[in-house]
Design a protein around this ligand. Structure first.
Ligand SMILES: Nc1ncnc2c1ncn2[C@@H]1O[C@H](COP(=O)(O)OP(=O)(O)OP(=O)(O)O)[C@@H](O)[C@H]1O
Ligand SMILES: [Mg+2]
Length: 265
């Protein structure tokens, strides 16, 4: 990592004039075009944008899985120029190891970091309790519901306390009620730990429910269309988020920017 600058006021992640072209420099291959925004420490920042515009690509850049063709992605002032072990990545699929129990899955990242057995068991169990999965620690992933698998996947990432947690549409495949419960639990986890979270979604209500700010991307080649601050007070009642003061105005502001980016034919 190359040091550029660092202080406590620095963004946790900074995208600075980022260009990205997969496998080519021509305009046809351009995915991201001068994308700049910050993910501030201790906040939840969400990106919304049309399908295929480059949202997952942003997370892959932050994780150091790919490199920008132009500009920089920085974590606390350092350019991310290799695999970034300071982020945790919750992918769209739960990707739990089917041959390990729930407990084994949550202990796994601690085991590869050399945490002693007793401590990793205690830490894993305490995280499983926080999301109501105690009692299911000896179940295998195939014996869990979709929502339970998702909770296990989230705590498997949070258990090793990464500086920044990346979420790629983790709740997309779940029914509306399960989703609401998971929003509630995720916000409770956030209130306890104040992790920096960088969250991708298609869903504007999910974006408002969770975030401090929502970054709206354009169609490909993606630019930042607008950054909308979410004024809703915390803690938020996710079960009646529509009734929270400021919800309607925030939704209207987001929709105004988002609607022009989706195909309406
Ligand atoms: N490895 C790759 N090589 C070439 N093109 C790619 C590669 N990965 C993604 N792309 C292209 O880059 C664009 C952005 O992909 P990305 O997965 O970031 O979109 P997205 O916004 O996450 O989409 P979705 O909302 O559907 O998940 C897409 O047009 C995709 O076809
Ligand atoms: Mg994606």
């Amino acid at each position: 990592m190359t040091m550029i600058e660092a202080s406590n006021e620095d963004p946790a992640l900074a995208f600075s004039r980022v260009k990205l072209a997969y496998g080519g420099q021509g305009n046809d291959a351009l995915i991201l075009d001068h994308v700049s925004f910050d993910v501030m420490p201790g906040q939840i920042t969400t990106v919304v944008g049309p399908s295929g515009c480059g949202k997952t690509t942003l997370l892959r850049l932050a994780a150091g899985l790919i490199r920008a063709s132009g500009g920089h992605v920085l974590q606390h002032g350092r350019v991310i120029d290799g695999l970034n072990t300071k982020v945790g990545f919750v992918t769209q699929e739960s990707n739990l190891f089917p041959w390990l129990t729930t407990l084994g899955n949550v202990e796994f990242p601690l085991a590869i970091r050399g945490v002693p057995k007793k401590e990793r068991r205690e830490r894993a169990m305490s995280w499983l309790q926080m999301v109501g999965l105690d009692g299911f620690e000896n179940h295998y992933p195939s014996q869990l519901s979709g929502g339970m698998q998702k909770r296990a996947a989230i705590v498997r990432t949070l258990v090793y306390e990464p500086e920044v947690v990346l979420f790629d549409e983790p709740f997309g495949a779940l029914d509306a009620q399960t989703r609401m419960s998971l929003h509630h639990q995720l916000l409770q986890l956030w209130h306890n730990r104040r992790n920096t979270m960088f969250f991708i979604t298609h869903d504007l209500v999910e974006a408002i429910t969770l975030s401090d700010q929502v970054v709206v991307m354009t169609r490909r080649p993606a630019r930042i269309k607008e950054i909308v601050k979410v004024p809703l007070k915390r803690p938020r009642n996710v079960f009646e988020i529509f009734l929270e003061p400021g919800f309607d105005e925030t939704y209207a502001a987001l929709w105004k920017h988002f609607k022009g980016e989706i195909k309406q034919n």
